[in-house]
Design a protein around this ligand. Structure first.
Ligand SMILES: [Zn+2]
Length: 270
């Protein structure tokens, strides 16, 4: 088996979170609490992200932040826009909430600002993936922006893989980035009901480091290497460790090229 290092590849991190300075520590802590996990980094600020990514020479990174209430949407989007203007290597994904009063207007605004997609986290937002509130968002973005969706939880039922199957049936032109290989802690269900197709890609964040290597390889092969993308879920995990985990799975150079950058570029048009 050929051994690779992160430096052998152009790397795009397709799942990272950043927070404004004044709430960064609190926001990072509360995510750790929500998942009962020790966050690798205690502060999820842009500068920390860039330092962490520099360890593996990451070229670009998708950045997002979740709006847990409708009134946070605009300020989060302004913040993500500001950061990605300052740091052009960042790929901005917008926050949205199903109860936001003018979804279409805000989607027009973020498209105008150059955002590349929308991020939703049904569990934090307590809004099921297949609820009317979420459907209002898909209606506004189908055919316009891809959506990065948090997938899976072992305690709640807001982002179950079967819900995504229904959403994709109802929105045939919606492009979906399904996080965590289709279902954090719900990988059996994900493998049963989800498969690779033109409209879906799966990121490896908060997934490959939490299962056996055999299972990680099997899931990636199930979706297809051409449908999987590298992601870190910063600040939850260390990009260096995440890249090493992916590189330990024994894929070929060509396959790693696809997962580290080529699939991402093709899917979101970079
Ligand atoms: Zn996320």
């Amino acid at each position: 088996m050929e051994q690779f290092s992160p430096k052998d590849f152009e790397i795009i991190d397709m799942h990272a979170h950043i927070f404004p300075h004044k709430i960064s520590e609190k926001a990072t802590l509360s995510i750790g609490k929500f998942y009962d996990i020790n966050m690798h980094y205690s502060i999820g600020e842009s500068e920390r992200l860039l330092e962490a990514e520099a360890q593996i020479g990451t070229k670009r990174m998708l950045v997002c932040s979740v709006a847990t209430t409708p009134h946070q949407v605009v300020s989060i989007n302004d913040f993500i826009h500001e950061e990605s203007t300052k740091h052009p290597e960042m790929i901005p994904f917008a926050a949205m909430h199903g109860d936001f009063p003018d979804i279409a207007g805000e989607i027009d605004r973020v498209i105008g600002m150059g955002f590349k997609g929308v991020k939703l986290h049904s569990d934090f937002q307590r809004t099921p993936l297949d609820s009317p509130a979420s459907y209002r968002i898909y209606e506004a973005i189908e055919g316009r922006l891809p959506v990065l969706v948090h997938m899976g939880d072992y305690r709640h039922d807001y982002s179950h893989p079967t819900m995504l199957v229904k959403v994709m049936r109802d929105f045939p032109k919606l492009k979906v980035l399904a996080s965590h290989l289709g279902g954090f802690a719900a990988w059996d269900e994900a493998e049963t009901v989800l498969e690779g197709s033109d409209n879906i890609r799966f990121d490896t964040s908060s997934a490959i480091g939490l299962m056996s290597p055999e299972r990680a390889v099997r899931l990636i092969r199930h979706y297809g290497v051409d449908h999987c993308l590298f992601g870190t879920d910063f600040p939850m995990w260390d990009p260096k460790k995440e890249a090493k985990t992916l590189l330990s799975l024994g894929f070929s150079r060509e396959e790693y090229k696809m997962m580290f950058s080529e699939n991402a570029k093709a899917f979101i048009g970079l």
